[in-house]
Ligand binder design. Sequence first.
Ligand code: RP5
Length: 171
Amino acid sequence: MTANSKTEAPLVGVIMGSRSDWDTMSHAVRTLEALGVPYEARVVSAHRTPDLLFDYAEAAVGRGLQVIIAGAGGAAHLPGMCAAKTRLPVLGVPVQSKAFNGLDSLLSIVQMPAGIPVGTLAVGVAGATNAALLAASMLATRDPALAERLEAYRSAQTSKVLDDAPLTLPP
Ligand code: RP5
């Protein structure tokens, strides 16, 4: 791994509505670290800190961010409101909620009106992981070294599946 995802200027902003989203969103960060993608991670709430959200989204381009990953649960307005305030691609991660298992989060994020897109991922850990992989894919179109690391990551994943012992019936 040549890139240092912790010390270089962040290219991906990972934001989440609450600290309670970290169990899910940490998987996005873990994946960005595995790929050597510089990132920052912050709690920014659409409802509880709306002015901070607007400031963050408005400053994102000028600060050099290239993709924003936004995770939230329940009435999950964070990704959509963030997308409304920046031209950067916003990837939305629906966090699994207690009340409706994340269906509320998913519908809040995916049903954007035409004109302001949010790339919506799966509910929960799979969505957080894939948001990071998608962000890396976007950045890799202009970063050959990252493209190589991404291909190595995918090859390792393929090998792991192929190398797993064959399934056998329990005794
Ligand atoms: C949303 O409300 C957050 O994204 C979180 O998923 C949910 C619950 O937040 P807490 O009450 O746990 O802080 O804004």
